[in-house]
Design a protein around this ligand. Sequence first.
Ligand code: GTP
Ligand code: MG
Length: 239
Amino acid sequence: MTRLQGPFEQARPGDVPGISVIVPARNECPTIGRLVRELRRILPPPVDVIVVDDGSTDGTGQTALEAGARVITLAGRRGKGRALRRGFDEATGGLVVTIDADGQDDAEDLLRLVEAARAGADLVIGSRFLGRFEPGAISRLNYLGTRFFNHLIGVLYGFSVTDSQAGVRCFRRVLLSRMRLQATEYEIETEMLLEAARLSARIVEVPVRRMPRGSGRSSFSRVRHGLRILSTILRKRLP
Ligand SMILES: Nc1nc2c(ncn2[C@@H]2O[C@H](COP(=O)(O)OP(=O)(O)OP(=O)(O)O)[C@@H](O)[C@H]2O)c(=O)[nH]1
Ligand SMILES: [Mg+2]
């Protein structure tokens, strides 16, 4: 279900021009170059593609740079949440887009997210559940886990989304700047969603396509990261 609330602030679709795209990337050399080129080709200019690379040992940063991205290099393996937050600090566009670097998302889908944000949404979620998972794009356990988290958020917070864990999103930067974010790993998507709700943001979902990983390896660990997501949902509920 789509949640249309707010306004947390009057929508000003054209308040600051430009789109900043934040791409967290760790060892994604085979896919990052093409993704950066697609983002720059597909999205309406001006577009600033910011790749946050940490701990990559395969030339991800250099490949992203050659494809036209701005690259931020962090020391060591800092986690997806830290990488995104670091990227947000660099964002200057009125809209901020997030997308994974591993080629599992279709950059063309972002046009619909940007359109929805320009039409007045504060947070647009690219829902894989409203769209589709290509064969092999998600394991059964991760699929069920995401549905469980969606349901738990509905029960505890009184609003529902179809894809609480989506990595493809578009935010108004003014909303992002008000969020209190602490997440360091994969719980960042959950924290941002709950923060958006706390700020009474207008949250809209649009369908996207999710593809299987073509190369490299996911760093998502069901137990470790599942527990971190669960604890974020439960902890945020406390006063
Ligand atoms: N900079 C940075 N990026 C990371 C880190 N961990 C994951 N990422 C990136 O975050 C994105 C999503 O990570 P994945 O490991 O594919 O996790 P996922 O897509 O949520 O899970 P799967 O569906 O199993 O692939 C990818 O672009 C990764 O390169 C990290 O520690 N640092
Ligand atoms: Mg992935």
